[in-house]
Design a protein around this ligand. Structure first.
Ligand SMILES: Nc1nc2c(ncn2[C@@H]2O[C@H](COP(=O)(O)OP(=O)(O)O)[C@@H](O)[C@H]2O)c(=O)[nH]1
Ligand SMILES: [Mg+2]
Length: 179
């Protein structure tokens, strides 16, 4: 996507969104309270091609059919701005669970880049994910990362430019035929 109005980090709770957010937004980060709620979220800026773009660390959500106020806030943040670019964050040790949320994001037409965080834990546990293959199946950039160590952050930042909104039908066909 050329000029997103906002970048949103979206993922399950405890996948490392906030650590990743702090790596990306650095000193620009500030906490806000979502209007009319007790839900907090952090906002900052990420400079892409010389332009500062607002970036938001959304409350953890398991799906885009919200089940509590925090999940509702994430869905509202996704729906409120036009030209949203989503950095979907998955815990690589719980890859398949995280994948469902990415498919929901694709289904709703969001421009997406996926961060496969906790890559260190996945390696330690012997979980072997074929990143190129996942990238081909989803049709969006997929970047392994270890947010706590700052690994993968530069690549993620660079590849935000390649964010893509593939058609869910194409993704489903590839998943059906390609496995
Ligand atoms: N081993 C490992 N731990 C991580 C990584 N990223 C985050 N964490 C830890 O995972 C926990 C949850 O991170 P947090 O950013 O709060 O997750 P959030 O709920 O998605 O915002 C914290 O204890 C982090 O230090 C990672 O890449 N590798
Ligand atoms: Mg968090």
């Amino acid at each position: 996507m050329s000029d997103p109005s906002q970048i949103l980090l979206v993922g399950h709770p405890n996948v490392g969104k906030s650590v990743l957010f702090n790596r990306l937004a650095g000193a620009s980060a500030t906490e806000s309270n979502y209007p009319g709620t007790t839900v907090d979220y952090a906002e900052g800026e990420l400079v892409i091609d010389g332009d500062p773009i607002p970036i938001i660390d959304t409350p953890g959500t398991f799906s885009l059919d919200p089940r509590d106020r925090a999940e509702e806030v994430t869905v509202e943040l996704l729906e409120d701005a036009a030209d949203v670019l989503v950095v979907g964050v998955i815990d690589a040790t719980r890859f398949e669970r995280g994948l469902n949320l990415m498919l929901e994001l694709i289904e709703r037409g969001y421009e997406l880049v996926v961060a496969l965080n906790m890559w260190d834990q996945a390696c330690r546990k012997g979980i072997d994910i074929d990143v190129d293959r996942v990238e081909w199946l989803l049709g969006v950039p997929v970047v392994p990362a270890v947010a706590t160590e700052g690994r993968g952050i530069k690549t993620l930042q660079r590849r935000i430019d390649e964010a893509h909104a593939p058609s869910i039908e194409q993704v489903q066909t590839r998943v059906r035929n390609g496995s």
